[in-house]
Design a protein around this ligand. Sequence first.
Ligand SMILES: Cc1cc2nc3c(=O)[nH]c(=O)nc-3n(C[C@H](O)[C@H](O)[C@H](O)COP(=O)(O)OP(=O)(O)OC[C@H]3O[C@@H](n4cnc5c(N)ncnc54)[C@H](O)[C@@H]3O)c2cc1C
Ligand code: SF4
Length: 512
Amino acid sequence: MEHYDIIIIGTGAGGGTLLHKISTSGKKILVLERGNFLPKEKANWDTIEVFQKERYHTKEVWKTEGDKDLHPGTGYWVGGNTKVYGAALFRLREKDFERIQHAGGISPEWPLKYADLEKYYAEAEELFCVHGKMGIDPTEANRSGEYPYPAVSHEPRIQELHDVLQNKGLHPFYIPLGVKLNETDMLASACIRCNTCDGFPCLLHAKSDADINCVRPSTQKNSNITLLTGAKAVRLNTNPNGRSVISVDVELNDTLQQFEADLFVLSAGAINSAALLLKSANTIHPGGLANSSGQVGRNFMKHQNAAMLGISTKKNPTVFQKTLALNDFYWGEADYKYPMGHIQLLGKANKDMLRADAPFFTPGMVLEEMAEHSIDWWMTGEDLPVADNRVQVINGEIHLDYKENNTEGFNRLVNKWKHILKEIDNGDSFIPHGIYMRKTIPLSGIAHQVGTARFGTDPTGSVLDIYCKTHDMDNLYIVDGSFFPSSGAVNPSLTIIANALRVGEHLLERIR
Ligand SMILES: Cc1cc2nc3c(=O)[nH]c(=O)nc-3n(C[C@H](O)[C@H](O)[C@H](O)COP(=O)(O)OP(=O)(O)OC[C@H]3O[C@@H](n4cnc5c(N)ncnc54)[C@H](O)[C@@H]3O)c2cc1C
Ligand code: SF4
């Protein structure tokens, strides 16, 4: 059996970044990734393939609410879900790390504060080539410096929207984006500002994802790293006293293989990491590995998410739309003291995306007209950690149970935004007062999955210690979104990346 110094399981935002951080350590590293490299093909930018046929999603079926089938909107690729993400790379707010009273309950305090993560956020922004402009977002935390790259500019219709919102006293700002764009010399730019970015893989490899920015450069430059694709970890095995992981069982090319290491880093995504720990139960750990607290798989969060189309008479010819966001209501408003959430633009919707959600009898022409006139929004609200929102493994299958919570502030945000959009529409509407279509995202929309192995200082109430090492095992770390004690209301990836850099620094010390 091959023995390694370190085995990393999963190559998404967490695992890919950690690999980058420790790649030059000279240690013998094995990377296990159940997916393959996502093919570079024309279908990368084909809306029917990506949105209607879900070409890049797993065909795996999970269970929910007892025995109902759940088709998870997730993909298994080198780079994980960052292959298709919108690359909106936000830092959490300073107060997100504190105990916050929401209308629906308490968002718990983190064991680390924003100041502890700031330098890793800066390193993460550099690694993922983030474009942005500091000092506009009213909720922005203190930054040690400007973004590494200039903000991605608004196209004319979005600039117009920006100006109107600003004249109303709001504070629209540029979305921090991880794309390799050079607007001063588009001929030299890898990114072409296309209309198939948010939710699509990048055919030009110009999106900053964990594959292109971390895994490929690390494996190409360092012969000490072995990457096995199509390698699904199915069980972690412990030594006789149960304190250390000694090996991992892996399904590879239709065979079951075993690999040993001194250190293991699990980063299979918040749901799959919890499932692997639970599946690895043995006589010493009957409730699953690292689960003496009973918290593994619990406190699953995914944000409250809603998409909204604002359709007016004015055409929206914007190509790359995901440039503007607002946090004016993140912490509430004058007559409402509870957090409400975050608003950002989506990638520009087209008729084939709308078709994926429309009833089959909606004529193509109507969808085309709607898409040509819409401005497309994405809203996220914080959901709170609840023990019964959880991942379980029953008869070898993943069961995911989730009940919405803390909806009051978020519903207020959606209604508030609808109201503001109507006001700024100047009666210039497609249909009187415009159409503001809200779509709540179902449970299969697990893009923002976090929380299933939270970190903390109390081993009875958390799974991971402050360095994301499991309290129960002396050589098992987790660096995907599992560690979040609360979800905040902005997209999670930059925090996962920053934390992986922090844990990577700790591991470099440990293995020196
Ligand atoms: C359409 C979409 C848009 C998004 N947009 C944004 C955005 O704009 N901004 C943002 O911050 N976030 C966004 N996200 C979320 C973002 O992609 C995730 O937060 C991030 O990828 C999570 O990182 P992770 O390391 O926790 O997991 P993942 O990136 O999912 O990585 C997990 C990895 O583990 C592998 N794996 C799983 N099980 C096993 C196993 N048993 N053995 C071996 N390997 C395994 C998977 O194949 C995968 O490579 C988006 C997600 C989607 C789907
Ligand atoms: S906008 Fe840029 S990064 Fe995004 S898919 Fe298009 S070319 Fe790639």
